[in-house]
Design a protein around this ligand. Sequence first.
Ligand code: GLY
Length: 322
Amino acid sequence: MKKVFIFLTFIVLSFPCMAQGKWSIALHGGAGAMSRDRISPEREQRYKQGLQRALDIGVAILEKGGTSLDAVEAVVVYLEDCPLFNAGRGAVFTADNRNELDAAIMSGIDLDAGAVINVGDIKNPIKAAKAVMDNSPHVILTGIGASKFAREQGLEMVDSGYFRVSKDELAMVEMFDKDKNEKFGTVGCVALDQHGSLAAATSTGGMSGKKYGRVGDVPIIGAGTYASNTSCAVSGTGHGEFFIRYTVASDIARLMEYKGMSVQEAAGEVIHKKMNNLKGYSGGGVICVDKDGSIALEFSTNGMHRGWAKSTGESVVAVFKD
Ligand code: GLY
């Protein structure tokens, strides 16, 4: 009887701690050579509002004890639907004037992952990536096959005109310096939930003017997207070819695992040291959350649309470096 009483007392006293476990979330809406003189304060404000709304969606899920996977998917769905960013509606165009979208999602608990490549008729590519992870034995599906799978999964399909925004709407590419060929951007989200699990999701229209079915880093697990509960969750944005070659996302996780670096040190090491001054590299950035809820946002460009929040109450959205 006494043992039962002690056990019940323990449960009652520890319940508030369990219900208020810590969580962290970070998101990005692309990094690039953006400059303040190309963007009005009003426009900057619109981007910040978009980022804030996306952040609020993720925070609401995590606060209620929802999973990091649900949070990162919901945030990326919002950013895909928002025409400001280069993912889903508002994505950049290929050389053939089409949209070819890539997306990936990864679960840190079991290293499960799903991705789609070169899709142009799935309203939310990140949902298709999640369906690949959850409902297929595969990790990556491409093109026509990915679309067929998404249709079978009951996901919303759209005609190609859906992704094209009107002249009045803002596409991410307009913010970038047109003198430089740096017209890529991406959206992504990483999160730690109250259950201690990490997840990452990333979605993109890729590089503006891309040819020949070019694929960037986003759907390549370990390049632009990675999550492991033993280290961190990472979502990248930037010059995809270099993120693939430098296996950026998994390198950050490995530096933490094998060298004992903090998430801040590992992200800084990759973005500012290993990828410093590479020939032909146009820059990029990462958002990372580690298994303890620490956040790192590192970028080598002069701006990265970004935001983060923690269960401590801290919350920030920003566009430029300063
Ligand atoms: N990081 C986006 C891309 O290169 O496709």
